[in-house]
Design a protein around this ligand. Structure first.
Ligand code: UD1
Ligand code: MG
Length: 398
């Protein structure tokens, strides 16, 4: 977007408030690590140079990421100001603008951050903060303004007095800073004693005292404002992201009978005319054709491929399996590691016994086969074209 702009993404934190071994930025939202959403946004903005600050379990985070990105390691987790300083070590001669994003804000849309950058580059203040007015500001840094309405300070939750608690304007972490201005005050930030951290937000007060120009871009679509610190936040973010996924699918002609009770992960492809009934869960790496009828109470897991006009009914689980055109499995079934042809009828209660205790084995069912109710297919096994199994069969050989 602009040569003079470098993005820094802060993602070194542990996520203490989640009490989890998994680094916070790897926590999944609709089947995708939180940080991936932020990195995708930065990519979409076509920012040439981006630095990702990692710390807690940095190797694990690096390995989990789907893309390569320049990484800086923050050795000790001494707060957001320290994280920016660490990135600064790689930006010694740089005199342009820094876009700072937090890895725990996965819900911003591209336009939001684009507006923030454009405001900053056009109006040329020293700092532009993304802020929002919310009904419940608890947990966020509050933006304090002076008598003239200029931003003079950000106050973190732990330091609020009674009056300040009523401030509804919050800091969303996303910001543009003129790099030299910011770095002129970073060394003067005092450590917060309660958390033993240097807060980036303290730079605002120092810059204000130095007569810097500090502006905000206000985010009105409050849904995007959510920052993820707790599992409750994560659950809320999951809901919001899920709604976006649903909206995309519905726009493409997929019918979701009751979206609130249908769970579909990020990047699942579903063809036009497919109808999905409640309590269907579709995980990562699933591709579904057109005009299928799915659910209720269906679980599609990784590696599921459904061709057009497939019908899968209640209490069916499918994993690592391909199902051909017009095949049906309408009532309770487990289909794992199976290659199923066209127009196959899978009777109620059919199970592929794919696991022999050591490895997973394949079941092949050819076109137009008829699998009777309660058939157990002990894999590896093959059922030929037009073959029929009787109800209650246990098929061990072919
Ligand atoms: C921060 C802001 C707060 C704002 C809120 C928005 C500060 C001091 N406060 O609070 O004003 O309202 O975000 O959600 O910035 N990180 C590092 N290294 C560290 C510490 C944190 O890289 O040493 C990263 C974290 O991985 C995270 C981000 O910085 O992605 C923010 O840290 P977090 O501890 O979540 O800050 P908040 O308390 O949410
Ligand atoms: Mg946070």
């Amino acid at each position: 977007m602009n040569k003079e702009l470098i993005a820094i993404i802060l993602a070194a934190g542990k996520g203490e408030r989640m009490h989890s071994e998994i680094p916070k930025v790897l926590q999944p939202i609709c089947g995708r690590a939180m940080l991936e959403y932020v990195l995708e946004l930065v990519n979409d903005l076509k920012i040439k140079r981006k630095l990702l600050v990692l710390g807690y379990k940095a190797d694990l985070v690096k390995k989990a990421l789907k893309q390569k990105i320049e990484v800086v390691i923050q050795k000790e987790l001494l707060g957001t100001a320290d994280a920016v300083k660490t990135a600064g070590n790689l930006l010694k001669g740089f005199k342009g603008t820094l876009l700072i994003l937090y890895g725990d804000h996965p819900l911003f849309k591209k336009e939001t951050i684009k507006n923030l950058i454009e405001h900053h580059l056009q109006n040329k203040p020293d700092v532009t903060l993304l802020s929002a007015k919310v009904r419940d500001p608890s947990g966020y840094g509050r933006i304090l303004r002076d008598g003239q309405g200029n931003i003079c300070k950000i106050i973190e939750e732990s330091e609020l007095d009674e009056f300040q608690k009523s401030i509804k304007e919050i800091n969303l972490g996303a910001s543009c800073f003129e790099k030299e201005k910011l770095f002129s005050v970073l060394d003067y930030i005092k450590k917060d004693k309660s958390k033993n951290e240097y807060y980036l937000t303290k730079a605002i007060e120092l810059l204000y005292k130095n007569k810097a120009v500090i502006e905000t871009v206000k985010l009105t679509d409050i849904e995007q404002a959510l920052g993820i610190n707790t599992y409750l936040d994560l659950a809320k973010a999951n809901r919001i992201m899920q709604m976006r996924i649903h909206q995309d699918l519905v726009a493409k002609g997929v019918r979701l009978v009751d979206p609130q009770n249908i769970f579909i992960n990020y990047n699942v492809s579903i063809g036009e005319g497919t109808i999905i009934y409640p309590f269907t869960v579709i995980e990562n790496d699933v591709k579904i054709g057109r005009n299928c009828s799915l659910g209720p109470f269906l679980h599609l897991r990784e590696g599921t491929r459904l061709k057009d006009n497939v019908v899968l009914g209640n209490f069916v689980e499918v994993v690592r399996s391909k199902i051909g055109k017009k095949s049906l499995a309408k009532h309770f079934s487990y289909l794992g590691d199976a290659l199923i042809g066209k127009e196959v009828n899978i009777g109620a209660g059919t199970v592929t016994a794919n696991y022999d205790g050591k490895k997973k084995n394949r079941t092949v069912i050819k076109d137009k086969a008829f699998i009777g109710s309660d058939t157990v297919l002990i894999a590896p096994v093959k059922i030929g074209r037009f073959a029929t199994t009787g109800a209650g069969s246990v098929v061990t050989k072919h």
